[in-house]
Ligand binder design. Sequence first.
Ligand SMILES: C[S@@+](CC[C@H](N)C(=O)[O-])C[C@H]1O[C@@H](n2cnc3c(N)ncnc32)[C@H](O)[C@@H]1O
Length: 276
Amino acid sequence: MTDARARALERLATLGISRHEARWLVEEFLVGGDPEAETALDLAARRRLRGEPLQYILGHWPFRSLDLDVDSRVLIPRPETEELVDLALAELVHGAQSAPLIVDMGCGSGAIGLALAQELGQRGVRAQVILVDESLDALTVARGNARRHGLTTVSFLHSFWFDAWSESLAARVDLIVANPPYVADADLASAQIELSHEPESALVAPPRDGVEGFDDLARLIDGAPQWLRRGGSLVLEHGADQATPVTERLVERGFSDVADFVDLAGLPRMARGRWQ
Ligand SMILES: C[S@@+](CC[C@H](N)C(=O)[O-])C[C@H]1O[C@@H](n2cnc3c(N)ncnc32)[C@H](O)[C@@H]1O
């Protein structure tokens, strides 16, 4: 590290930015010997001190092997969602389709769908991936990320969950994967300031059947069977206190091989059901 970078790192740490984050900011903004870089770094530090998430300030964030553009139009992709991609890949191995049809519901930045398209492509699997969101802003960001990574086999659909799906997809989909909104309104109010910068529509879901934040999960579980082929899978991320309502609803709706999985922190955060 150069002297200028070391000094900048110290300055940011003194202002109250953690060393870990200060390093990200210095690497991003203090490029070359450009005097304007110092100003850009100061502006970035001020944004961070006001509580804006580091990822939005940088404008991009890694997700699995992709570097994704992110801004306040989309949810910041989370590490636990990287684990959801592992679960989705395992389902595709189980289903053993040579050219699977996959739908990422509520794609946001495109994290899940684009990672699947890229990683399956690297394995020689010609997957067709459809990325769905009700937010046109999110679809714009996801499209940009697909272009940036040359992922030309993916397509995009503006839809409120299943509402705008073509009948031609009925009983044909191999995998529906989603990280839907599942946070209760009251929990958002008490959450870290960083969450207040992310789109509320990406985080918060109304209650359903007495379960906080459950409405979107329930809609996905109820709607998926019409579209899954026999042997196809539904893979969902959910809140740590929602494993029981999610798995119970999957069973009630007729899914088989229903299971819930813990994340690296040991919390129950992902569910799977197979349609027979
Ligand atoms: C928790 S974010 C997940 C974003 C991305 N999949 C990820 O994991 O980083 C939920 C996404 O679902 C979208 N969404 C919310 N309600 C929706 C609906 N009714 N239909 C389609 N998408 C919806 C939001 O716009 C947001 O992009």
